[in-house]
Design a protein around this ligand. Structure first.
Ligand code: RM4
Ligand code: MN
Ligand code: MN
Length: 440
């Protein structure tokens, strides 16, 4: 993928990572990497490690265009890094840098209207130059846009006012059109719709309005597109949310039809929800469409994937792998994989590298679970054995396998160290200045 990048005509490139820089870095780490890998190969001699490595090479996680700048909270935003991308072109460049480093970030997900593509053809070329595709498109009816006729203060697709619903529907159809031009094939709809106080909303009417609006959007989807209905328990509404949990999302998706699916964002549940069980059942119903990875301690914290609850991330992947295999699904292609995080104290690019690494490790662990033995333990009600089996892989250090997949993809053995050694951020600051990205 990377090789392709240097042969293509240069975009308005600010900063590039050359193949020889990656090779030099890999050479310096090769002996120690090979020692660790040989050890793992011996340990896992009874499994087909080659096919595990190939699955890791194939697995790509889309980067959201809104995660490339420093995040903030409602109390403020500290632009600590500078060099943030100002345009879609620069956002593509940033994702291109990530992909060159880790070989696993081969797609970008755009949020409209934070990123309105002016010239889709040129953008497609630019992205292809970095080996990137356009992942699911995201609509935004949770903020009022300059110049729009109506406000979403009391909701968008659920609104009691038909003209407001219509404006929100048309926006979503606009987003689909942008996506078609870019070669995307999915629309993610996350609604902030809901209510803040008891009595504010008639729940049934809000659901019916939302469903009717979604049906109009669904009708505008091309044949080969999917629509992902994302749910979230609360925030910005604090009494009710109109797509508040997986049950409600599944209800909409089932009523809409075969192109509609539920999207699970890890941060969108009430505390202690059993997300792995939700995932298993959605897969069983053929209604799991996509994923937004992040981690959280309290709510929709949008922290780095795997930074708080790595065991939960592994258990989720364990169900994903089990459920996808049961249905003969292609791990890399049949679900939409994306990070949805933001960060106010880290360099966003370093944070994204850490998230991708955590996801790959959890995926590798899930691939190595001894499924046959686990089934047997379950059938025998051998609870202790089942736990032993899961924790055996979770507690194995599989980082060398993930690194080997990166090596084979032409990427770096240690992406974050190479990012620092090449002083990527200060180069970006030099080129772009003390810029701040668009987004939340
Ligand atoms: C929401 C949700 C959506 C994301 C916005 C920015 O909480 O996670 O997926 O597009 O935030
Ligand atoms: Mn999300
Ligand atoms: Mn969220």
């Amino acid at each position: 993928m990377y090789r392709q990048m240097i042969n293509l005509t240069k975009p308005s490139i600010l900063m590039n990572i050359e193949q020889n820089q990656i090779e030099k870095h890999n050479d310096s780490l090769l002996t120690s990497h090979q020692r660790k890998l040989a050890f793992l190969k011996e340990d896992w001699a009874h499994v087909d490690l080659e096919s595990v490595i190939q699955k890791l090479v194939d697995f790509q996680i889309a980067i959201p265009s809104w995660a490339l700048g420093t995040g903030g909270t409602r109390f403020g935003r500290f632009a600590i890094t500078g060099g943030e991308p100002r345009t879609i072109e620069e956002k593509i460049e940033d994702v291109g840098l990530l992909h060159a480093l880790n070989g696993a970030s081969g797609a970008i997900s755009l949020h409209i209207p934070w990123d309105i593509p002016q010239n889709a053809g040129e953008l497609k070329k630019l992205a292809a130059g970095y080996g990137l595709k356009f992942d699911a498109m995201n609509s935004n009816t949770f903020q009022d846009q300059a110049g729009s006729a109506h406000s979403y203060k009391f909701g968008s697709l659920q609104n009691v006012n038909k003209a407001i619903r219509k404006q929100a529907i048309e926006h979503n159809i606009e987003v689909i059109k942008h996506g078609i031009a870019l070669g995307s094939d999915a629309l993610t709809v996350w609604l902030a719709d809901g209510s803040c106080f008891p009595g504010q909303l008639n729940f049934r009417k809000a659901f019916e309005n939302t469903l009717e609006s979604l049906q109009e959007i669904y009708a505008a989807l091309p044949e080969d597109w999917k629509i992902f209905v994302e749910y979230k328990a609360f925030e910005p509404n604090f009494y009710s949310t109109t797509v508040g949990d997986w049950g409600q999302s599944l209800l909409y998706a089932s009523k809409l039809g075969k192109k509609a699916y539920t999207l699970v964002d890890l941060g969108h549940h009430l505390p202690n929800a059993n997300i792995e069980q939700i995932v298993a059942l959605l897969l069983m119903e053929g209604k799991l469409g996509g994923f937004h990875f992040n981690d959280s301690k309290y709510g929709d914290d949008d922290l780095t994937a795997g930074s708080i609850k790595p065991y939960q991330l592994f258990l989720i992947f364990n169900e994903l792998v089990e459920g996808m295999d049961a249905k003969g699904m292609n791990h890399a292609k049949d679900l939409g994989w994306m990070i949805d995080a933001s960060h106010n104290v880290k360099d966003p690019l370093e944070d994204l590298l850490q998230s991708v690494e955590a996801i790959m490790i959890a995926y590798a662990q899930a691939l190595l679970v001894d499924r046959k033995a686990l089934n047997e333990a379950q059938d025998n009600n051998d609870v202790a054995k089942a736990q032993e089996i899961l924790q055996n892989t979770f507690r194995s250090d599989l980082r060398a396998i993930v690194a080997e997949a990166r090596l084979r993809a032409g990427a770096a053995l240690s992406p974050i160290n190479l990012y620092r050694d090449l002083a990527v951020r200060s180069n970006l600051v030099n080129h772009r200045g003390n810029t701040v990205a668009t987004g939340l």
